[in-house]
Design a protein around this ligand. Structure first.
Ligand code: G4P
Ligand code: NA
Ligand code: NA
Length: 194
């Protein structure tokens, strides 16, 4: 997605060879015009997939999920993160380990908002090691719901998450896929031309 790539180049900051800061439009301040275009792009890529629900994780997945939900006419649900869970009776839960932050957190979704009749589109802001997506897949499995695919705003294609998820035969649509951030410069994989 050209507009997103340009935004990453103009406003993103490469903090190291593997960390990209995008606080001015995605992770802290949010650019609603860009988010609108992102929602439209996900809606068009997953049109005809029969999606009934979007599933993301708080907090940075919520903005793109909200806009995609608006365009697709379905409700986004975000998994909540919490340190320790009690009273899990009415919850689907999974553990998500962040290699980046070296913490494991429990994520939870109420059984009220996801069930076996749902066709779920997973959306998230970043795909790095894929642990967040794996946690969301576990929750979908517990619900007995079906999966339409995974949509990612920014994939760091040099990290293993994309491969891990695609190897399971899951459709992953990435709006900007970064090939390298060496020497402080972001380079993208070519976009597939349809
Ligand atoms: P993984 O799910 O792909 O395994 O990701 P990982 O554990 O490595 O990432 C942990 C958190 O850091 C996630 O946000 C993820 O979106 C974010 N992240 C990973 N790589 C980058 C990066 O290069 N730049 C930025 N800005 N974020 C990155 P989170 O902890 O869930 O926080 P939130 O922002 O959603 O609240
Ligand atoms: Na995230
Ligand atoms: Na994040």
């Amino acid at each position: 997605m050209k507009q997103l790539q340009e935004k990453i180049v103009s406003e993103g900051r490469v903090l190291s060879e593997s960390v990209l800061k995008v606080d001015s439009f995605l992770n802290h301040q949010i650019d609603p015009v860009l988010m609108d275009a992102i929602g439209e792009e996900f809606a068009s890529r997953f049109a005809g997939s029969g999606v009934t629900k979007i599933l993301t994780i708080e907090s940075s997945g919520i903005a793109p999920a909200m806009m995609a939900g608006l365009k697709m006419g379905v409700k986004p649900v975000f998994a909540r993160k919490s340190k320790s869970l009690t009273l899990t009776d009415h919850l689907y839960t999974a553990s998500v380990h962040s290699f980046t932050k070296n913490v494991t957190s429990e994520i939870a979704v109420s059984k009220d908002f996801l069930d076996k009749d749902d066709v779920v589109l997973i959306l998230d802001d970043f795909l790095a090691n894929g642990q967040a997506v794996l946690g969301l897949l576990e929750i979908i499995e517990q619900a007995g719901a079906s999966l339409a695919g995974v949509g990612i705003v920014i994939e760091k294609g040099f990290q293993p998450g994309g491969k891990t998820i695609r190897e399971r035969g899951i459709r992953v649509e990435t709006l900007a896929n970064i090939k390298t951030m060496e020497n402080g410069k972001v380079e993208f994989f070519e976009e597939a031309t349809v």
